[in-house]
Design a protein. Structure first.
Length: 293
């Protein structure tokens, strides 16, 4: 994967904005980026009206694979809305003209409303700056809040924060996101960074949720299975009988990650009765992974 310069990344985002919002809206944005600071607030108030809140990527099927290849890694943007994309481009383009982009972003974040703060968090990935500590100060500030949108913007689909969070910071972010009902699906590299300590904490979380009669996020089970805690394999085997096909798939994929031969007979027996092709394929993969070599 070839990393792009921040200028190239912003240009790629600019092209997407034009495709989705039109040349006239893009011209408005380019005019706005040149305005004096004293005139900027008034224009920013018009931004959402100018660009709307539709998805930046029009096709539903295209959103899953839509990324910007930043200097910090691939940044998924399938969930972005046009107004937030435009605001992030605007902030990133303005601060890129300064000698201290991350410091300028923090200033915009510190004095801005929620939408500006979200844009500043996105924009970290769209500029280059060697002052990583300054960039992380935005991430840490957003992480100290209990605003779901800010936590999501700081931690999820965010290659800069993923790259620069320590293992301890990453674990704490995942756990806080879970307890605040922020989806952890967007945590980049979750399976790679999930160590036994995080798995133990996630199991405790899953136990508490189930004891309270609440659902456990599907993403947890495959991660838990990478470092199985006592009793997990039995729970996953039991979930092979779940009435919903999607839950049986989650169970099979989790057992594949666990690679525990004790699950083999149950997987084979379930496969003999399974009618859903996607579930059968997932179970077959689990059987292959659990078979001793």
């Amino acid at each position: 994967m070839t990393m792009m310069t921040s200028e190239t990344v912003r240009r790629a985002l600019e092209d997407l904005i034009q495709i989705r919002s039109g040349a006239e809206s893009l011209a408005w944005l380019k005019e706005t980026v040149q305005l004096d600071e004293s005139m900027l607030d008034g224009r920013l108030a018009e931004l959402s009206k100018t660009f709307g809140t539709k998805h930046l990527i029009a096709g539903f099927k295209d959103r899953h694979d839509s990324v910007l290849i930043t200097s910090y890694g691939a940044m998924p943007i399938g969930h972005w809305r046009t107004d937030r994309a435009a605001r992030a481009w605007l902030l990133a383009t303005r601060v890129a003209q300064t000698s201290t982009p991350f410091k300028a972003l923090f200033s915009a974040y510190d004095s801005g409303d929620t939408e500006t703060r979200i844009a500043a968090l996105y924009a970290i990935n769209l500029v280059d700056d060697d002052d990583v500590e300054q960039g992380m100060s935005l991430i840490h500030d957003a992480g100290r809040t209990y605003l779901e949108d800010l936590m999501d913007a700081a931690w999820c689909n965010h290659p800069f924060s993923t790259k620069n969070m320590s293992d301890i910071e990453y674990r704490k972010a995942v756990l806080k996101a879970l307890f605040c009902d922020v989806s952890i699906d967007g945590f980049i590299g979750l399976s790679d960074r999930a160590d036994s300590e995080l798995a133990h904490s996630l199991k405790d979380f899953a136990d508490e949720r189930e004891a309270a009669g609440r659902s456990v996020p599907d993403v947890l089970w495959p991660v838990l299975a990478l470092h199985p805690q006592p009793g997990l394999i039995a729970r996953l085997i039991g979930r092979l009988e779940h009435p919903l096909a999607v839950q049986r798939i989650v169970s099979a994929r989790s057992l594949r990650n666990a690679r525990d031969a004790r699950a083999l007979s149950f997987l084979k027996e379930r496969l003999s009765r399974e009618n859903e092709p996607k579930v059968s394929a997932a179970i077959a993969e689990a059987i292959e992974a659990c078979t001793p070599t």
